[in-house]
Design a protein around this ligand. Structure first.
Ligand code: BGC
Length: 286
């Protein structure tokens, strides 16, 4: 991280180190798309916060293995599982394996997401379907399996006052329209009401469903937006706080949102975007 900031001649943001915590002790979390970017940071933070972690991935198994190894270094258990989140059978097999290994599941972080950008008139049906399948159908399939397990098991008061927690990693584009990315914005807009409707449906069962909506976070998905000084300067026009975000910041929020500290947060989206959703075009008064 420091290399990037010194290379760009920018101040390095301070993300305080996450100490070893017992916040999620005895709980098991499944994180989709956990071998890179935000998913990786979330998996590591949940491990630090006390949870055993199931590291889902679709490609680059060696990266998933290294995330699992790092979780084990914090003294928790971890397993990796290759599954396409948009494939019903693979998702069912993954949850069965996770529950087989750890006995049950307490936390789902539905993070896997992709972009297939194109001008609308050139967008292929394949690009549309790929994004919808991973970002929306994948979130549905994984959340459904998690809810089934939470309902089956109910509250285990020794580990949490809730019967289970689901965190969807959404995007500021659940509310900010995004030209050239219509499929992505539509998938995240859909995810917003998936989250809220599900939260409403299962709240009385003490299942907490929420979302984190990141803005511009420095990950492989948006390299073009931050890798050159020109791109970075353009990006900053959209960020009142005038810096890009780091994946570890999302990880820390996920650990907090999965913990009983936030037991009364139900059906909320936590925007982590340096103010991107504040209509930055009006910074100068409009
Ligand atoms: C997208 C990124 C983008 C960010 C802010 C995210 O959801 O995946 O590519 O930089 O939103 O626009």
């Amino acid at each position: 991280m420091s290399d990037y900031y010194s290379h760009m001649n920018l101040p390095k943001p301070v993300v305080p180190a996450l100490p070893q915590l017992e916040l999620l002790k005895g709980q098991t979390a499944l994180v989709t798309g956990a071998n890179s970017g935000i998913g990786r940071a979330v998996a590591l933070a949940l491990g630090k916060a006390g949870a055993n972690v199931v590291v889902n991935y679709i490609s680059r198994s060696e990266d998933a293995e290294s995330v699992a190894a790092e979780v084990r270094d914090s003294g928790r258990r971890a397993m990796t599982f290759r599954a396409d989140v948009s494939d019903e059978e693979q998702v069912e097999a993954m949850f069965a394996a996770a529950i087989g290994e750890f006995g049950t599941l307490d936390i789902l972080v539905s993070n896997a997401g992709i972009e297939k950008n194109a001008p609308f008139h050139e967008m292929t049906a394949a690009q549309w379907d790929a994004v919808m399948n991973v970002n929306l159908r994948g979130a549905f399939l994984c959340a459904r399996q998690a809810v089934r397990e939470f309902l089956r098991r109910g509250v285990r008061r020794d580990v949490s006052v809730a019967a289970g927690k689901i965190i969807f990693i959404s995007s500021v584009h659940e509310v900010i329209p995004w030209a050239g990315h219509v499929n992505y914005a539509a998938s995240k807009g859909g995810l917003m009401l998936l989250m809220k409707s599900l939260a409403q449906e299962v709240a009385e069962k003490r299942i907490r469903v929420n979302a984190i909506a990141p803005g511009a976070i420095r990950t492989p998905i948006n390299t073009a937006a931050w890798e050159t000084p020109e791109a970075y300067a353009d990006l900053m026009k959209l960020v009142p706080y005038k810096r890009i975000g780091e994946v570890d910041e999302i990880g820390r929020a996920a650990a907090w949102l999965a913990s009983d500290f936030t037991d009364y947060i139900v059906g909320s989206t936590i925007y982590m975007d340096g103010g991107m959703t504040l209509y930055p075009g009006f910074e100068t008064g409009g």
